[in-house]
Each structure stands twice: as C-alpha cells, then as structure tokens.
Ligand binder design. Sequence first.
Ligand code: DGJ
Length: 359
Amino acid sequence: MLHCFTPGGIWPDNNGVHINAHGGGIIKHENRYWWFGEHKIAGEAGNRAHVGIHAYSSSDLMNWTDEGIALKVEPEGSASLIAKGAIIERPKVLYDSANRRFVMYFHLEPVNAGGYGAALTGIAAAGAVAGPYTFIRGIRPNAGHWPENVRPEQQDQKSIGQAMQYPGNISNGNNPVTPSLNILGRDFVKGQQARDMTLFQDDDGKAYHIYSSEHNSTLHIAELTADLLGHSGRYWRAFEHRWMEAPVIFKHRSRYFLIASDCTGWAPNAARLAVAGHIGGPWQELGNPVHGNTEQMNNTFESQGTFALQLDDDRVIFMADRWRPENAIDGRYVWLPVKFDDNAIPYLEWSNTWNTGNM
Ligand code: DGJ
C-alpha cells in the first residue's frame, strides 16, 4: 500500500509495474478515480502510439489498479487514423450521463501525416468507463465557425489568401512573419489545428476542449455539444501569439485558472498562470505559478502539466509529466497540490512526499 505521492519517482501499480499513463487525465465515476494516459514503450520509438490508451482505477489516488488498454491502436499499416505508429497524446475522458456514454478526446497525428502536421482531434466513446473505447473520428475542430472574439480583419479574404500562400515555416515562435499571418482565417474552411489539449466540465455541465491551435501560437477554448461527441461551434481564441502548450484548467471561488507551458518540445520550461471570470476570457496572465528556486521556476519541477484534478473547490491536484523522450516508458509523474495564497491565487510548491490528507 502506498500512503503518499512521491513526485518524480517510480510509481508502481497493483502489479508492481511503473504506471504507464502519460499525458493523462482523470475522471471520477461511482466513487472510483479512472486515470487514462498514453501507453509508452521503451526507447525513442515509444513517443508514438504502439499500444493505445492505458486505463487505471483507484479509490485513493495513490494505489492504482491496472485496468488494461481502454483504446487500442489498429494494426500497423491499416488505413485507420489510429493505426500503430500514430501519435496519440494527452487523452481526456468525460461522462455523458444522459446517454450513459464515456467520451475520450485526444491529440491525433496519423502515421503518414508528417510528424505533427495534421493537428487532429481524435474522439472515441465507450459504454463503460474502462472501455473498450471505439474510435469515432479524427477532425479539425470548428470548421466553418468563427470564434466569438473574431476580429473583422480575420474574415478578410485578402489576408486569408496571403496566409494560404505563405511558403515559410510558421511553426516557429521566432519567425517574425507569423504574428501577421491570418492562420485562423486560413483554416476556417477545413477546421482549426488542435494539438496539446485538455477537457474541462463546468459546474453547469457544459464541457470545453482547450487546445493549442494556429501552429501552437494561440490557444482555443471550444464548447462541446451536450452529447460531448463534437464541437458546438462556439469558441474563443486566447493568449494570441503566446505559444502555450499543455493547458490545464480548474476553477476556484468562481474564477477560472489556467496553467500552461511554453512551447519547447519535450524539454520542460517555465509554466504560466492566468485567470479569467469567464472561461472564454478575457484571460489575464499572472506570471509563473511556481514558488521555488530559479531552477524549479524555470523548468516547473522538470515537468509539463497535463491535467488539474479538482477534488473540490479548494483541493486541486496539478498533474504533470516528466518526459523521458529517449526512453519514453520511463517518463515520470509529478503530482503536486495546488496551493492558494491570501488572494485566492494558486501557486505550486515542491513536496518530496505528500498526500490528500495534508493538502
Ligand atoms: C510538447 C507537448 O506538450 C507534448 O505533448 C508533445 O507533443 C511534445 N511537445 C512533442 O515534442
């Protein structure tokens, strides 16, 4: 029995095997927590999906039972978008109680899409929390919809044409041309790019898909349909040209807080905190959420966020990954309690060991 969390350590499951659920998220269902994450294999090849999405369950968040592969990849060489060798990242699951259906979203890059070029969202569903999940589709969100906070110049055909014809590499925060390109307009018809992502379900039941879009330069916050199977077409752009990845969202005292990372591949970087009174914004950046030494502040305890597990309004767990891209299966989990200062602003502090009893 484990009695505490040990951030960054080996985390054995019920079989004594290090938990294999990277870039994951958690849903509570009938008094049990279910953790879904990327199943990695050894070596660098493990950064792609060779097995699928792994599920674990727990009643206390420390001791996890291996529940097997919830969504399996299709055989190598198959025409499926989730064929073995695809990139399948950051899965999150929500429950649609009206239809008694569990719906999983993830970032999907099919095998032959040229690395991270497709920027699709994968959607899968199951009748039981453990699965098996059936892959439904891989899409670019919000095709044919403008965001709530669109600007007139983004709907201008000339600027859309210019962005379509731009030959250079946009996926680079250092390209001085990128901020002037109308990437939103360019992707209006075929749908918006969606990479790093999370899901968030608000108190009123509305669910949102928050993802890095527009070559990762800008975050989109998109409402889902009531059955969770797609996007409603209502969405907002936020953090324009701030190159945010790994978005994590939670709510405290009626305000929304977002913790995200900078965009530096697998290498950790300094996290950013932001607050809003409405999920679509306007968001106000509040700086680095880490309270610690310079190294901890610069690399977020050598980790990158993946999910905020909200136990109640005051108790939130920041879940992050310590990636090991050269041997993906050895990636570690850094879970820390979110602390709140006197102004109800969240921050993160290192703890060698802790448990939910002393949050
Ligand atoms: C950073 C993202 O946060 C990860 O999920 C992954 O996509 C890596 N980039 C790949 O370099």
